[in-house]
Ligand binder design. Structure first.
Ligand SMILES: Nc1ncnc2c1ncn2[C@@H]1O[C@H](COP(=O)(O)OP(=O)(O)OP(=O)(O)O)[C@@H](O)[C@H]1O
Ligand SMILES: [Mg+2]
Length: 179
């Protein structure tokens, strides 16, 4: 493994449940580490177990969850890590707050039509939400505010996983945060 010059950045993936945030971020994490870069994943599922066990899915709890994550991402980014976050982060205001706090920030909209996300239903959560068994489920019974000016858009119903990953890597190189 070789050491690289790298500048800190947070790549902030946002999108509906099952849009592909974790899939793209996990693959990117593998590739960066294979190439000798420092990368760290902050994923919704793990954070909700470790840092946000006390929080639910009300609007104010969602903001608090993202506020905590933003703080951690900020610390890592200023230590020149490539931080890969995968949170639905459904409100523009919370993503704008993250951008302001973190500074070196790339908002990646993982775009996928709701019908396709429902068909993927990786963990059966859409089914439960559509049956009314889960409340406040984004895309079904809770809002998702699409990014107005994302730095990058991945269309995961039209691209392969590898194509989506390559788009992010390309942008990171353009920005000069990776060699
Ligand atoms: N181009 C693509 N990019 C990413 N994922 C894709 C793509 N094409 C198909 N998929 C598939 O879509 C699914 C996306 O699930 P994933 O868990 O990554 O979603 P998520 O956005 O992290 O959802 P959640 O918010 O529930 O955590 C995976 O099974 C993945 O293999
Ligand atoms: Mg995920």
């Amino acid at each position: 493994m070789c050491e690289h010059e790298q500048k800190g950045v947070t790549v902030w993936f946002t999108g509906l449940p099952c849009s592909g945030k974790s899939a793209v971020a996990d693959r990117l994490d593998e590739i960066l580490k294979e190439r000798g870069y420092r990368a760290e994943r902050l994923d919704g599922d793990i954070i909700r177990k470790e840092l946000a066990r006390d929080l639910g899915f009300s609007k104010s709890d969602r903001f608090e969850n993202i506020r905590r994550v933003t703080f951690v991402a900020k610390l890592l980014t200023r230590n020149d890590v490539c931080v890969l976050t995968s949170f639905i982060s459904p409100y523009r205001e919370m993503r704008d707050h993250a951008r302001r706090e973190i500074g070196s920030f790339l908002e990646v909209y993982v775009k996928c039509p709701l019908e396709v996300c429902i068909r993927r239903d990786v963990r059966g959560m859409y089914k439960l939400a559509l049956e009314g068994k889960i409340k406040n489920f984004t895309g079904v019974s809770d809002p998702y505010e699409e990014p107005l000016n994302p730095d990058l858009v991945l269309e995961t119903d039209k691209e392969t996983l590898d194509q989506s990953v390559a788009k992010v890597l390309g942008r990171l190189k353009e920005l000069g945060v990776l060699e």
